[in-house]
Design a protein around this ligand. Sequence first.
Ligand SMILES: [Zn+2]
Length: 349
Amino acid sequence: MLVVYDSRHRLHADPQLRHPENPSRTIKVIEALIKSEVSSQLSFVGVREPEEEVLLLVHDPEYVEYVKKESSRGFHYIDPDTYVNEHTYLISASYMTTTYYVTLDSLSSREAALVVPRPGGHHAGRSGRALGAPTLGFCIFNYAAVASAALLKKTDKVLIIDFDAHHGNGTQEIFWDDGRVVHVDIHQEGIYPGTGDVLDVGSGAGEGKMINIPVSAGAGDETYMWVLEEIIKKLVEVFKPGALVVSAGFDAHLNDPLTSLAVTKITYRNIGAYLGELLARNEVMSVVSVVEGGYGEGLVPGVINYVNGLLTRSKHPNDVKAIPAGLRKRVKDSLKSNLSRYWGIEIRT
Ligand SMILES: [Zn+2]
């Protein structure tokens, strides 16, 4: 597995290190990956210098200039959630550029890739705040979107799976009417950014390709396994994506301080194992995962279990029933009718 990491990420920080999105998150993840049982299967890739053309694949030139300018002013908040400092542009833009090239490499080597960036990216839309979100939600540039843009050079069918606890509004806005990208997003309803209703399905060529699964507070492994079995696996059979991008946020974990979901390492392991199988069976050319959120104790075991699943293709030993326990009736009914209408998929609820 190709792992993108740049130790300069430490320079993107708030002076008191009080913000939940701070360097210790990524430092701990990398340390744990190096010590993990699959460390011999990881090849670390340093980052490249920024190439503006790569950023412009998914962001407007005005927004790129805005980030550059704000960053050059030193540490300050650009909205109530999101800070920048004099290093932010360089770091986020370097990760973007490297994500793009590593995704192309992963396509030719048929090797999975994992991007461990800072800050996260999935809330950043084409010109910043996306789909009416109040803030950028800590994000600057959208790595999952640029990975998808790279994959679209080689296939016209990309599946994005976003299991971060927050809706990936930036990614969804970027591919809203694209038609070549299917975006499945499972997130906690009613929290930031307030987008991702089940009735939001995309438009134009993208109609039916945005699949939003808002789950209630307290939803855990049973619900996530239901999404995997009933929606993701069935969709993969029908859509037959050429490659996959995963916005792998670990803030749906039971212990995350920012959300109220109840996912454990079982979910992360089992999703990883399924995606690893798809790659091993050559059903997809590549699986590119981008670490998004994760602000508590769940982040490190989450990443480790997910990567383990992907590389060993073995599920967690504890069995979990797949039942839509944490979904409102309205959500289940709408998913049922949308999936039947757009995909001919019948889901069990
Ligand atoms: Zn999140």
